[in-house]
Every structure is written in structure tokens, then in C-alpha cells.
Design a protein around this ligand. Structure first.
Ligand code: CO8
Length: 259
């Protein structure tokens, strides 16, 4: 990991199995330039295939998780530019990472910043976090999942109100509505602690659980239940299932081989 050097993000390893990706354009509140997104996507791809990494935390700084796509970079683009070059299309890879990804949000999570947080598996927010999809105020709409994920998270009426008005919402509202799992006084430390807990479980079961939960967003209940059962059965082919259940019967902690 020490070889992962970037200009717009910092990749570090706070605990042996956890990778921390810090968005790092503090002067512009971590505005998501194309270069930043390229680096984020590239780092996540590498971490996803790195055997030592079992959970990932994405964060910003106290003042901003990210205040959205870089408006100054976008403002002169034409339809042909964005269509032809699939502007920011690669950012969707964030939601295809197999490993658990936790967003630790402090300060602004606006526009693309809010969308990146919502694309993560778990979002923790500091009491100062400010969420919002203000794209309407710059003449566009959310373009990175906002109109889809916010509706699924908080329902149509609230999503309509927030996206059509561009109004920001607080950490407390985000927690009450289920956009974030909880408000945390020390969001950076708590996210790493949660990531470390998850990284201490059997990797295959963790990734299988994530996959099964994500199916719930994409299909009918019947299909989802079938998918869940298939994944559940599949885990009986793993060493970790043998170990986990034997350890329970033998009244000892399991030792995962992640295989
Ligand atoms: N883009 C570019 N620069 C930005 C952005 C941004 N989104 N946000 C802040 N900055 C810059 C400011 O221009 C300023 O730079 P400078 O010092 O050179 O003038 C610096 O950051 C500090 O910002 P402010 O002076 O504005 O700080 P304030 O505390 O007064 O205000 C706000 C903070 C409220 C967050 C304000 O900066 C703001 O409204 N920012 C824009 C928020 C926004 O509209 N976001 C949505 C962008 S559109 C979008 O995200 C579409 C998503 C598409 C897909 C993305 C894929 C991942």
C-alpha cells in the first residue's frame, strides 16, 4: 500500500486489514474533479483485489467529505463532451467494490459527495455533517445515483422535496431517515473501529452478505430470497463455515482462514 501515491487522495492503513482513503483537495472542499474520481476508482480497484485489505473507509476532512463534482471544471463542457467521453461514468465502480466500504462523513456531503456516500455500504456521520443534492441550483440534476438512491433510502416525497428544492439536510435527519446508519461524535475513529470489526470476520461471508443485501435493491422479494438461499448454501463450501460452526461447538473463538 505504501506504493499507492496519488495527487488528490491519500491511501493509508490505520489497522492491518483496513484501508483508509482520504479525499484530499481541502482548499476546494474536496470538489470531485475528474482526476480525483480517476484516482479514487483506481485505488478502490487495487484495494478490492489486495488480499490484506478486508474493509475500506472513505473519508474527507472535518469541513468537507466532498462538496460535489468540481463545478469549475464542468461549467464549460458541452453535451458532446460529456456524452462522448462518458463524463464521470467510471465513478460507478465505487458501488461495484466487493469489499465493505464505509463512508465517514464530516461537514459537507453535497451533490456528488452525497452520492458517493450513498454508494458506500455504510455511512457514519458526524453531528456537523451536512447532506444535500443541490444540483438543481446549478441547472442540472444529480448525475451519480442521487435520484435513485435517495428515493430508495428515504421515499419519494422526501426525495422529491430535497432534490427539487436543493435543500440541505442535517446528520440528525439523515440518521432518522436511514441515509446514514448513525451519528457519531468521533466519526473518523468510529468508522475505523467498525471497519476493523468487520475486517475481523471471515472475508467470504462478509462479501457474500454484502452481495445478498445489495440484491434487495435490485429485484423482487422472491428473487432476492432465492438469491440469498443460493449464497447461503454456497458458504457451506468454505473453510470458514466449517471453522465458524466447529468453533461454536467447541466453545472457542473462530480462526478465519478467509477461504
Ligand atoms: N466545485 C468546485 N469548487 C468548489 C466546489 C465545487 N463543487 N465547492 C466548493 N468549491 C470551492 C469554492 O469555489 C471555493 O474556492 P475558492 O476559495 O477558490 O473561491 C472553496 O471551495 C471554498 O468554498 P466556499 O468559499 O464556497 O465555502 P463556503 O463555506 O462559503 O460554502 C459550500 C461551502 C456551501 C459547500 C459551497 O462551496 C457550495 O455551495 N459548493 C457547491 C455545492 C454544490 O453545488 N455541489 C453540487 C455540484 S454538482 C454535482 O455534484 C453533480 C454530481 C455529478 C456526478 C459526480 C460523480 C462523483
Amino acid at each position: 500500500l505504501s506504493i499507492l501515491q496519488y495527487q488528490n487522495i491519500i491511501v493509508s492503513r490505520p489497522t492491518p486489514a483496513v484501508a483508509l482513503v482520504t479525499l484530499n483537495r481541502p482548499k476546494v472542499l474536496n470538489a470531485l474533479s475528474a482526476a480525483l474520481i480517476d484516482e479514487l476508482v483506481s485505488a478502490l480497484s487495487l484495494l478490492d483485489t489486495d488480499d490484506t485489505t478486508r474493509a475500506i473507509v472513505i473519508t474527507g476532512n472535518e469541513r468537507a467529505f466532498a462538496a460535489g463534482a468540481d463545478i469549475k471544471e464542468m461549467k464549460d463542457k458541452t453535451y458532446v463532451d460529456v456524452f462522448k467521453h462518458k463524463f464521470l461514468e467510471n465513478w460507478t465502480l465505487i458501488s461495484h467494490v466487493r469489499k465493505p466500504v464505509i463512508a465517514a462523513v464530516s461537514g459537507y456531503a453535497l451533490g456528488g459527495g452525497c452520492e458517493i456516500a450513498m454508494a458506500c455500504d455504510i455511512v457514519l456521520a458526524s453531528p456537523t455533517a451536512v447532506f444535500g443534492l443541490p444540483e438543481i441550483d446549478i441547472g442540472v440534476i444529480p448525475g451519480a445515483g442521487g435520484t435513485q438512491r435517495l428515493v430508495r433510502a428515504i421515499g419519494k416525497s422526501r426525495a422529491m422535496e430535497l432534490i427539487l428544492s436543493g435543500r440541505r439536510f442535517s446528520a440528525t435527519d439523515a440518521a432518522a431517515w436511514g441515509v446514514v446508519s448513525r451519528v457519531s461524535e468521533d466519526v473518523f475513529a468510529d468508522a475505523i473501529e467498525l471497519a476493523t470489526t468487520i475486517a475481523g470476520k471471515g472475508t467470504i461471508a462478509v462479501q457474500a452478505a454484502k452481495e445478498a443485501i445489495n440484491v434487495a435493491f435490485e429485484t423482487s422479494l422472491d428473487e432476492g430470497l432465492r438469491h440469498e438461499r443460493t449464497i447461503f448454501y454456497g458458504l457451506f463450501a468454505t473453510q470458514d463455515q466449517k471453522e465458524g460452526m466447529s468453533a461454536f461447538a467447541e466453545k472457542r473463538p473462530p480462526v478465519w482462514s478467509h477461504s
